[in-house]
Design a binder for this molecule. Structure first.
Ligand SMILES: [Zn+2]
Length: 438
């Protein structure tokens, strides 16, 4: 059978299948036709030479804020998905804390129309766990699923007690959706913006107690333990940032009888400490906050031991004038789509904390499995979404070149080795050498 396209000569890594060898990838009608040894060549109308590059499934980011509706001055579906392609992602899931939030089916249906019209890559909406901003009132998870939600989350509006968490897990199980928890208890320790007491004192900003994160994970454990032994609930813990939270989560995994339990961390929690607040100011302010060396080590160790199996960006765009309000008043969050892969390669793969295949697993099939979608694999007959990676390319982060509408990154000027060299989306070249083509 004639292929439309062959991508030749790459080192092909499909982490879900532990596949890692030189191969040619054939595409027909936007789908993967075959992954074949170089000596089994099929006829193809077009060829793309990927010699010296790694080809993997298009990267998947399950934690992105696209800001639409209500925050279009920060990001839109159109700009955020192009930032995704520039960074090597072909699938993103977007968080529901928009304005209005994605807490009603009509809001999801509206967003779906925008996605169908404007998105440059695949976008899966996550719906809000609570209705109308009342943290004790859950939304209708089944109705939200029927309107297109792929998961439910309390991101930015964290649930506060084990009884509500239990209700949320049961409702999510009934809707057959994963619950993505933002673990943060208002009652545990001090809210703050800096996770290092010495840096906080120097900058005269409030210290953030990691107990807020760890106690929330323990509350989720209590909620999960109260469910029937054979339950269908699936829980994913967002943006784990501290050694205490890692310990709490590991303890949770030992006793869990949930159908699925997983956790993510983000590149800034292994690439930075709170010291970055001194140099990058509000562009290093995020929630949970940056912490200390021991926390970075605990996050890296949790990734190495696969306690944490997922790397997400928590891409959180904010306008320059919002970040210019100073450390205390600026909103929390940083953009991440266009720096994530470079930071993973530089900070985790190069020092040998993760193999390339492990790192790519954390950015492909493992996040896809949390969402219950079929992306993140090189399966025959599935959409031909690939990321080609140049692991040796040295480049300098320049936020002026971002496709994101926002520039709030603490990594500006960093020199990194390794980046996405090209992206194929449904069999068509969608990004080449940092230029988005769609
Ligand atoms: Zn978030």
């Amino acid at each position: 059978m004639q292929a439309d396209l062959v991508i030749r000569g790459a080192r092909v890594i499909d982490p879900a299948e532990s596949f890692d060898r030189s191969a040619d990838v054939y595409v027909r009608d936007g789908l993967i036709l075959d992954v074949a040894r170089p000596d089994e060549a099929l006829p193809a109308a077009e060829a793309f030479d990927a010699g010296g590059l790694v080809l993997c499934p298009g990267l998947v980011d399950l934690h992105v804020h696209l800001r639409q509706p209500g925050g279009e001055h920060k990001e839109t579906v159109a700009t955020g998905t192009r930032a995704a392609l520039a960074g090597g992602f072909t699938v993103v899931a977007c968080m529901p804390n928009t304005d209005p939030p994605l807490d009603r089916p009509e809001h999801l249906r509206w967003l779906t129309e925008v996605i169908n019209r404007d998105a440059a890559c695949e976008v899966y909406p996550i719906a809000a766990a609570i209705l109308g901003g009342d943290r004790e009132r859950l939304s209708d998870f089944v109705a939200l699923k029927n309107a297109g939600a792929v998961a439910i989350s309390d991101d930015a509006m964290p649930l506060q007690d084990a009884a509500t968490m239990r209700q949320a897990l049961l409702a999510a199980a009934q809707a057959e959706l994963t619950f993505i928890a933002h673990p943060e208890l208002d009652s545990a320790g001090q809210a703050g913006i800096c996770g290092d007491p010495a840096v906080a004192a120097g900058l005269q900003v409030p210290y953030a107690d990691p107990a807020r994160e760890a106690e929330a994970i323990r509350a989720w454990q209590t909620a999960a333990a109260s469910l029937p032994r054979r339950n269908r609930a699936a829980l994913h813990i967002a943006h784990v940032s501290s050694a205490q939270a890692v310990a709490a989560f590991e303890e949770f995994t030992r006793s869990s009888h949930l159908r699925r339990l997983s956790a993510e961390t983000c590149p800034h929690y292994f690439a930075l400490t709170a010291e970055a607040l001194r140099t990058a100011g509000p562009n290093a302010k995020m929630n949970p906050p940056l912490r200390m060396d021991a926390d970075v080590e605990a996050i890296m160790e949790a990734l190495r031991r696969s306690i944490i199996g997922i790397i997400a960006t928590d891409h959180a765009p904010h306008a320059a004038e919002e970040k210019a309000r100073g450390l205390l008043a600026a909103p929390a969050g940083i953009v991440g789509l266009e720096t994530a892969l470079g930071l993973v390669l530089e900070c985790l793969v190069r020092p040998g904390i993760l193999t390339l295949s492990q790192a790519l697993a954390a950015m492909t099939w493992q996040p896809a499995a949390v969402l219950g979608i079929s992306a993140g694999r090189l399966a025959i007959g599935t959409p031909a979404n690939f990321t080609l990676i140049d692991t040796e390319a040295t480049w300098t982060v320049d936020s002026r070149k971002f496709y994101s509408k926002s520039r709030n990154t603490p990594f500006d000027g960093w020199q990194l080795r390794g980046r996405a060299a090209a992206v194929f989306f449904h069999g068509r070249l969608a990004m080449l050498d940092g230029q988005v083509l769609v």
